[in-house]
Design a protein around this ligand. Structure first.
Ligand code: FAD
Length: 429
């Protein structure tokens, strides 16, 4: 049976970094990196619209969230981790590979040529150089723990896990009669690093496979919610005239009339609701069975009094009440017309420009989401080693954990940080 010292499951950002880190810290170990897809780093390829926003200079715990952990626990978990592998470490890591980073005015980091493929090329070459064995088209579907009488293959090899893999066969080898697309195989290993990612973005490899493996290991997982995904607003019909309209502004989310989140930046009305970076930040708060609404402030630069003075001054110059013309002083035509249709007085016009209300009835599904909020409950993890407290031979990193980041490079940075620390195998040696 094939033996490896360490098997890393999932060749996304966190798994690739974990495999590299194992080799950097334990060069003598035999490492296998496996993935169910036919290529590595699929989400990295699509990240930042193909430009790969791979980190952010403003790396603080406040840019990360957790579904289950308290703010204090989450901050401690993130801070302890980034103390050991931070933005500068990420920059130096890529720079050592030969990939220089470009940092924009918001602190977002990209490969200098802003091409995600380059990140993949540099990381692939490094995996090769470090002699990490990469096995693609291989789906790990069962982990068996060998707790008693570990098989000692020789003095140095302890076998703790037997892994069952479904291997997708290349077309040429498929047995047409059996209609089988798969071959099965077993491997054994001493330590496991689970870097299976989330169920977000199925087309880019997102799946429940990681959560299913964790269930087998009796690891507890929080509720999972699509995050960084557009919102669905009520009254779809009325939204049609707004479709395609972009604006910069602020939004406040209310749950059962109580303010729970504020966001600012770019928004885009879509056929079903609201997209754009700022709107997508709201999605992680939307749970089933609660009532939500948002108010949109189209003019955060003016307070209500300043806006009132402006509107009243302008209104004196026009003969009839023309709410649409007044609104056009601040928002695009279609938005101005939508607002005018829902306005009966100057006071209402001011309220609609400062706090236009929409009911939020949900979010688009995980398939359209960039990430999932939620994952492995953090108190089961020994940090910053990232091993499972109940089994120090199993490490978990990346999006599988109950940590999600804001847009701007924080999710990939979490993958680099957690992958690097997991790969140190600190609980084990
Ligand atoms: C469209 C899009 C754009 C994004 N843009 C950005 C951005 O610009 N900046 C940013 O910071 N973040 C971005 N993100 C989020 C970021 O890409 C992810 O948070 C990050 O890639 C997660 O890394 P991961 O290693 O945890 O998981 P993944 O990258 O999802 O990797 C997990 C891997 O594990 C494999 N796998 C799972 N289960 C098994 C199994 N049982 N057996 C074998 N293999 C398995 C999967 O095939 C997959 O390749 C974006 C995401 C998307 C979808």
């Amino acid at each position: 049976m094939n033996y490896y010292d360490i098997v890393v499951v999932g060749a996304g950002a966190s798994g690739v970094m974990a495999a590299i880190s194992v080799k950097l810290h334990h060069p003598e170990k035999k490492v296998l990196l496996l993935d169910r897809q036919d290529k590595i780093l699929s989400k990295v390829r699509a990240s930042g619209n193909g430009r790969c926003n791979l980190s952010n200079k403003n790396l603080f715990p406040s840019n990360f969230y957790s579904i289950q952990s308290s703010e204090k626990q989450k901050n401690k978990f993130v801070q302890t981790s980034i103390n050991q592998f931070n933005f500068q470490d990420t920059k130096d890591f890529f720079s050592d590979l030969g990939l220089f980073l470009r940092i924009d005015e918001e602190g977002r980091a990209y490969p200098y040529a802003e091409q995600a493929e380059l990140v993949i090329d540099f990381l692939s070459a490094y995996l090769d150089q470090l002699k990490v064995k990469v096995l693609l088209n291989s789906d790990l579907d069962e982990i068996k723990m060998i707790e008693e009488n570990p098989i000692k293959t020789d003095q140095d090899k302890r076998t703790n896990f037997k892994l069952h893999l479904q291997k997708r066969l290349p077309k040429s080898q498929k047995n047409k009669n059996l209609k089988s697309k798969f071959d099965q195989t077993n491997i054994v290993c001493e330590k496991l690093i689970l870097a299976c990612g989330s169920s977000a973005a199925k087309k880019l490899g997102g799946s429940h496979a990681g959560y299913e493996l964790l269930h087998q290991l009796n690891v507890k997982i929080t509720d999972l919610r699509p995050a960084l995904v557009p919102l669905i607003l009520a009254k779809e019909e009325k939204l049609k005239t707004l479709k395609g309209q972009r604006f910069k502004g602020q939004a406040i989310l209310y749950k059962n009339q109580k303010l729970i989140f504020k966001t600012a930046g770019e928004f885009l009305f879509t056929e079903k609701g609201l997209s754009g970076i700022a709107a997508m930040e709201i999605a992680r708060y939307i749970e089933k069975n609660s009532k939500y609404h948002i108010t949109i402030d189209f003019i955060p630069d003016l307070n209500e009094q300043e806006l009132k003075e402006f509107i009243l001054r302008q209104s004196e110059k026009i003969k009839e009440k023309d709410f649409s013309s007044l609104a056009k002083g601040f928002v695009r035509k279609n938005i101005a017309e939508y607002i005018a249709e829902n306005t009966n007085s100057y006071q209402e016009l001011i309220e609609n420009l400062k706090a236009l209300k929409f009911e939020v009835i949900g979010t688009l599904s995980a398939e359209k989401a960039q990430i999932m909020a939620g994952g492995v409950i953090l108190e089961q993890i020994d940090f910053p080693s990232f091993s499972l407290k109940k089994n120090p031979n199993i490490y978990i990193c990346g999006e599988l954990l109950d940590i999600d980041g804001k847009t701007g490079g924080f999710n990939l940075q979490w993958a680099w940080t957690s992958g690097y620390l997991a790969g140190q195998l600190k609980s084990a040696y």
